[in-house]
Design a protein around this ligand. Structure first.
Ligand SMILES: CC(=O)[C@@H](O)[C@H](O)COP(=O)(O)O
Ligand SMILES: NCC(=O)COP(=O)(O)O
Length: 251
């Protein structure tokens, strides 16, 4: 069965847009777990644009208390800076069940590519070992179609996460077949090398079923951007009704 990990980055985007605590990332995490999510994901970025170090600590404690997986994503090569201690230091403090290594540059709007093993493999190997020494399962973000995906195993990783952005785009354009076949082939290559397979980025309620039907043995999907947007749509009507009732009751 595929596990669902809910990515809470977008709750923190809203919170940070006003300062203060609302919407509360921890409360959102509790709601997701109460609703049956198998775990929580965050991707603290060095510019602290959404999830901050204190969120990682609070959510880590929640996941430990609830005995569910906490997945922390980030670039292991990004140096510490004020407000961001670096991915390894964060994980040393929080000890998430899983860390997902993602090769994002500083100014990136969002994640948009996997590792280049020919370039980064040698540097990744000791870092993967350092995260594993903390007790974290290590997953590595990879491009669908990467012929070198098995190199993740040589780096010591336990899993890969297939970057599903291009699949989501192809699905939206009505032409998902090639992307699905490529994702299935990459998953098989990884699995043949002994790696578990996760997937994520721009998955949503429309494109997820076809992906899981076509790609064998996906252990986990992490979903945030679309899920939070869909939650807004699903929650707007009852929330407006509740406010309307308050307004009417006061009249
Ligand atoms: C690693 C990955 O796929 C990303 O989806 C990421 O977690 C999203 O980050 P942002 O929420 O900052 O776009
Ligand atoms: N690893 C992918 C993730 O956590 C969520 O990506 P998205 O759904 O926000 O695009």
């Amino acid at each position: 069965m595929t596990a669902l990990s809910v990515n809470l980055n977008k709750i923190a985007v809203l919170r940070n847009s006003r300062g203060g605590r609302e919407p509360d990332v921890l409360q959102a995490g509790i709601a997701c777990l109460d609703a049956g999510a198998d775990g929580l994901t965050v991707h603290p970025r060095p510019d602290a644009r959404h999830i901050r170090a204190d969120d990682v600590e609070a959510l880590g404690a929640l996941c430990r208390h609830r005995a569910v997986e906490f997945n922390v994503e980030g670039n292991p090569f990004a140096p510490p800076r004020p407000g961001y201690p670096g991915l390894l230091a964060l994980c040393e403090a929080v000890r998430p069940a899983q860390v997902t290594l993602v090769p994002d540059g500083d100014g990136q709007l969002t994640s948009d590519h996997g590792f280049d093993f020919a370039r980064d493999g040698a540097a990744l190997r000791p870092l993967v070992a350092a995260f594993k020494a903390l007790g974290c399962r290590v997953s590595v973000f990879v491009d669908v179609g990467d012929p070198d995906v098995a190199q993740a195993a040589a780096c010591g990783a336990d899993r890969v996460e297939l970057y599903t952005g291009p699949y989501a785009e192809a699905f939206a354009a009505g032409t998902p077949q090639a992307a699905l076949a490529a994702a299935a082939a990459t998953a098989r290559l990884a699995q043949a090398a002994g790696l578990g397979v996760n997937a994520g980025h721009d998955l949503n309620q429309a494109n997820l079923p076809a992906f899981l039907a076509a790609v064998p043995g996906v252990l986990e999907v992490s979903i945030g951007h679309a899920l939070i947007g869909e939650a807004l749509y699903a929650g707007l009507a009852p929330t407006v009704r509740a406010y309307r009732a308050l307004v009417r009751a006061a009249a």
